[in-house]
Write a protein that binds this ligand. Structure first.
Ligand SMILES: Cc1ncc(COP(=O)(O)O)c(C=O)c1O
Length: 420
């Protein structure tokens, strides 16, 4: 019996907790410099008591644990696997928790992101793109040859792409085949073959290539946006049925024992499970793999509005940014030490916690403009701290290299490193 290698190298991930903290991590107390994350956690430090300076991004442990369990249970109940998108956080420590909770692989978008996770010994990777640069293809091929346990599947959406990959692998003398899924696109969408004929031609080219192994079908249903109205869902379901049809049509071409079928971010995964599980032709084993990333921290904006896992038992926002009021130049205006360098603004502006009728109306690089409603005018004194919910975790994580994880008493239980 083959003994599977571990899903990641626990010692390399754990080593992060022994690297000394210093000035390069914004927001953290200067009293933490020279100490390791392990020491800071052992002291059950409160970052604000210890001298954090605004802004400071934090994660909430209870929400993280809840979201990990909730999503893992949901996937089990709905017959789908999860390869969470690692570009969301680029944090091996968070990925290991997702793998421990049952995730089958990490998803990434680029070869550089593969390299980051491979540096932590991550075994199974979905690269959700065609790889068109020879250097990237060859690096992947050599990595596959060097480690028989390394499993990677990437996508192809053009015959030209198949040819480029095939030629690069052949020229480099790579022995192992590169596993690929044919990507089904959406009219007006992003990458992916448009129409069944194009899908079939690319699939055939991949199956014919001695250097590639055709594993299945891939797609991403949220390229058109996150419209959760009945019309939005109807469009997504129509698209997902194209993926199902492709799997059935191409059944004779797949080159492994199980077919990989992957779709699903953090908005429409209910429709993915509905449309893409069960009902396959006899003798066609299909693994349906979601790639949700934002479910892990959820948020107070885009995903609060669109996640299928809402309500009291649903996902909880785990990622917030604290900032200090630095100026109150007008009665209804507070300026905070938090700007576009610190918090996402691509989906919505940050949402203040604990205020009745105030909202952020604008961000500069280093400032937020908080318009205070009548009920909040006596709040937000200069120097006070306010906590903000965020919208779209991906574009918050990339602004922080170190994020404290706090328990419900505000004590640090972990410090998460990111690698963007
Ligand atoms: C191809 C692909 N798969 C999965 C995801 C993850 O979706 P989400 O960010 O909603 O979790 C993304 C996000 O952009 C994506 O581009």
């Amino acid at each position: 019996m083959k003994v599977m290698s571990p899903e990641f190298d626990a010692s390399r991930v754990a080593a992060l907790t022994d690297q000394q903290l210093d000035w390069r991590y914004k927001g953290i107390p200067a009293s933490w410099w020279g100490r390791t994350p392990a020491q800071v956690c052992a002291a059950a430090s409160d970052p604000f008591d210890d001298g954090a300076v605004g802004p400071l991004c934090v994660l909430r442990e209870s929400a993280l644990a809840h979201n990990l369990d909730t999503m893992a249970d949901w996937c089990r109940e709905h017959g789908v696997e999860l390869a969470p998108h690692g570009k969301t956080h680029m944090a091996p420590q968070l990925l290991t928790r997702q793998l421990d909770a049952g995730a089958c692989a990490v998803t990434v978008a680029t070869v550089s992101q593969v390299r980051t996770y491979r540096a932590f010994g991550v075994r199974d990777v979905v690269l959700a793109n065609e790889v068109v640069d020879d250097a990237g293809v060859v690096w992947l091929g050599r990595e596959l040859d060097a480690d028989p346990d390394f499993g990677l599947v990437c996508w192809v959406d053009s015959v030209r792409g198949v040819e480029l990959m095939t030629a690069a692998l052949a020229a480099a003398g790579v022995h192992r085949q590169l596993d690929v899924c044919v990507e089904v696109g959406m009219a007006g969408g992003r990458t992916g073959c448009r129409g069944a004929d194009a899908v079939d031609a690319v699939a055939r080219a991949a199956a014919d290539s001695e250097r590639l192994r055709l594993m299945g079908v891939a797609g991403y249903e949220a390229v058109g946006g996150h419209d959760v109205t009945p019309d939005g869902y109807a469009g997504v379901r129509t698209y997902l049925r194209e993926l199902r049809a492709a799997v059935t049509r191409l059944a004779g071409l797949f080159e492994a024992d199980e077919v990989v079928l992957t779709a699903g971010g953090s908005t429409y995964f209910d429709a993915v499970a509905d449309e893409l599980t069960g009902g396959w032709p006899a003798g066609l084993p299909v693994r349906t793999i979601l790639r949700s990333g934002c479910y892990l921290t959820h948020d107070d904006g885009l995903y609060r509005r669109t996640s299928p896992l809402h309500g009291p038992a649903g996902l909880r926002p785990a990622l917030t940014v604290w900032a200090q009021v630095v100026s109150r130049p007008e009665p209804d205006l507070a300026l905070l030490t938090m700007g576009r360098r610190d918090v996402s603004f691509d989906a919505d502006l940050p949402v203040p916690y604990g205020l009745a009728d105030s909202r952020v109306t604008k961000l500069n690089d280093q400032h937020a403009y908080l318009r205070l409603g009548i009920a909040d005018r006596d709040r937000g004194e200069v120097g006070s701290w306010l906590e903000f919910g965020i919208s779209h975790p991906c574009t918050v994580f990339d602004k922080w290299q170190l994020i404290p994880v706090l328990d419900d008493d505000g004590r640090v239980v972990d410090l998460i490193r990111t690698f963007f």
